[in-house]
Design a binder for this molecule. Structure first.
Ligand code: NAI
Length: 327
């Protein structure tokens, strides 16, 4: 049988953690033949550490055959030791009266420390997924704080936006979500993201041609996908957790095990593709194979798409400028 791999998860006692850990432990992320050791990180706060103990008791009680070990930590230098995968979920949420700059600064502190810890102790091939918001900028901060690790191994989660878009398009076209291919979401994980179905197909037919309605695209589809997170908070009183955890599983599984030629969306550092300045962590269409992702290149960007991409890029550059002095 395979040697266990180490999977670190931060914010492990939070909402997303509760929807995520059991699926990792059951083999849904890395395969039903891959044993895992969970290295869980929470803040030192007694309440959080106690909640983490409870989650660990439940993990034990699932008796997952693939779960080869569980560790609870409050120090990233221990939680990230030799880790092969790191899912950075814990972040500082925006509190009442908190300004954007305060939020960026609080998260810059967390992700600088975690990036440095990964740099010091993680596997040299660690695959990092940042879920905690602002996800792209937090991934950028962690990447910049880990100069000895490959920059390309730092990614941000755009997959929830991708899956939300797929679900809306399946409903609109009356087809199955599993039949939708070549969809992507460009840019920031925020309401400015640009979900792009110009190249998408369902059962091999062009979705753009099937829908043939640019007004629906601009005035219904994009706002629905962009504001989906807010709609879920309004309905549930809590932010999306199960769907976010599901997207994290999808992102890591495809990265580790391959997308079989299909496009998926990942937030990854640009190498200058599509005019996005190098280093910006941006949602791109990618294919994945042998543990590596590759940005899909050569797609035509029309005027409407360019405008959308410029908008989400400008927002990201603003965030990046807002943390530069802290790095
Ligand atoms: P939550 O508040 O339920 O849980 C977060 C957990 O992280 C808490 O238990 C907290 O103690 C812990 N934490 C905070 N700082 C930490 C640190 N420095 N080290 C370790 N743990 C730390 O929040 P929830 O619902 O689980 O969401 C987590 C994050 O994911 C939020 O930032 C949220 O905005 C983001 N998110 C991102 C999505 C995406 O698509 N990229 C989708 C949905 C949520």
């Amino acid at each position: 049988s395979k040697k266990p791999v180490r999977v670190a998860v931060t914010g492990a006692a939070g909402q997303i953690g509760y929807a995520l850990l059991f699926r990792i432990a059951s083999g849904e992320m890395l395969g039903k033949d891959q044993p895992v050791i969970l290295q869980l990180l929470e803040i030192p706060d007694e309440k959080a550490q106690n909640a983490l103990k409870g989650v660990i008791m439940e993990l034990e009680d699932c008796a997952f055959p693939l779960l080869a070990g569980i560790e609870a930590h409050s120090d990233p230098l221990q939680a990230f030791k030799d880790t092969d995968y790191a899912l950075l979920v814990g972040a500082r949420p925006r509190g009442p009266g908190m300004e954007r700059a305060d939020l960026l600064a609080a998260n810059a502190q967390i992700f600088t420390a975690q990036g440095k810890a990964l740099n010091a102790v993680a596997s040299r091939n660690v695959k990092v997924l940042v879920v905690g918001n602002p996800a792209n900028t937090n991934a950028y901060i962690a990447m910049k704080s880990a100069p000895d690790l490959p920059a390309k191994n730092f990614t941000a989660m755009l997959r929830l936006d991708h899956n939300r878009a797929a679900s809306q398009l399946a409903a609109k076209t009356g087809t199955k979500v599993g039949d939708i291919k070549k969809l992507t979401v460009w840019g920031n994980h925020s309401p400015t993201m640009y979900a792009d179905y110009r190249f998408a197909t369902t059962n091999g037919q062009s979705i753009k041609a099937l829908i043939n309605d640019q007004v629906w695209n601009a005035e219904t589809f994009l706002p629905t996908v962009g504001k989906r997170g807010a709609a879920i908070i309004a309905a549930r009183g809590l932010s999306s957790a199960a769907s976010a955890a599901n997207a994290a599983i999808d992102h890591m599984r495809d990265w580790a095990l391959g997308s079989n030629g299909e496009w998926v969306t990942m937030g990854v550092p640009s190498n200058g593709e599509y005019g996005i300045p190098a280093g910006i962590v941006f949602g791109f269409p990618v294919t994945t194979e042998n543990g590596e992702y590759k940005i899909v290149e050569g797609l035509e960007i029309d005027a409407f798409s360019q405008e959308c991409i410029n908008k989400t890029l400008a927002e990201l550059q603003g965030e990046q400028d807002g943390v530069k002095h802290l790095l």
